[in-house]
Design a protein around this ligand. Sequence first.
Ligand code: 1CP
Length: 353
Amino acid sequence: MTIVRARRSASDMPLIAAATGRVPARRPVWFMRQAGRSLPEYRAIRADRGMLESCFDPELVCEITMQPVRRHDTDAAILFSDIVVPLKAAGVDLDIVPGTGPVIASPIRTAADVAALPRLEPEAVGAVTAAIGLLLEELPPTVSLIGFAGAPFTLASYLIEGGPSRTYEHTKAMMLAEPDLWHALMGRLADLTIAFLRAQIAAGVDAVQLFDSWAGTLSESAYEAFVAPHSTRVMAEIEQFGVPRIHFGVGTGELLGAMTRVGTDVIGVDWRTPLDVAAERVGRSVAIQGNLDPTVLLAGPEAVRRELTRIIAEGDRAVAAGTPGHIVNLGHGVLPNTDADAITHAVELIHTL
Ligand code: 1CP
């Protein structure tokens, strides 16, 4: 017997409706880092496998991406991967160290380092595109698949610092002292980001999110001068494919206008900026995504209900005033200690409020 699958169509997806100014069939919600350590089934399946090794195993990527959709009934799946996956695929010597994050064997500091940065051939991320193919078969027709990439600045910060940083001192020093070297590196990273996003879009993702997680460390003038031209090129290259683009960073209240001007369909907002204020800051020109503080999910059902009620009211107010749509999310990723049931209950509440 042949099973004829319902064809996935963007017009049936609440997340795509909210991203593109249509009225969604229900209030769309997904959570950054929804696939991960908050889920017992994730901890079990990852027990004896490294993070990077897992990201290059299509069956495993598909399974881990599906886990939160099955358990929580979210309106989107985010591909299980990492922002350093395309760097690894291109041949950069790096690892994802448990409890730390990405660690680069030889940090990039000189013109010779930048020149030696390998380019990404689309075949090198064949495992990622294969995983997308499996997911398109498995996902319910109304659940969007979100692909993603790190933005050039956030990738540069890992490559230059050699790993996670609090101060971004080497990154900012290169930016200010050696602007030509800086722009050469950012240009190469924009190429890599474009190649990675194009591969995911060609494989069939329904939307993409550009993570400039650490851009909030910059002043608006530094962002405009040293980051915006490169992120603008990424967003412009992607626009032609017609999949909604989401642009996100943490602590970016002062950058929301600039991050919207680089070209996006949805702007991510963290918990520091009320959604209606954020919507006004971007001229109500794009949809908004956010913005529950991830720690609220650790504070019990009453706090979750109170905060979600407020956030949904702020989002509704923005939409009533002309913002194209609101996608409910956290202001940053799910914390590993979060009880999986708290996430399920939050999704239920968002769908009924
Ligand atoms: O061994 C492990 O389990 C490592 C933990 C882990 C996981 C589960 C890392 C290391 N990355 C991931 C997956 C991941 N990374 C996803 C999965 C999809 C989902 O959301 O469910 C996504 C979207 C990312 C993207 C990512 N990686 C970002 C952008 C999003 C964000 O959180 O701001 C960043 C900054 C990274 C770098 C990174 N990778 C891993 C860690 C712990 C970090 C952050 C390190 C730091 O604080 O600088």
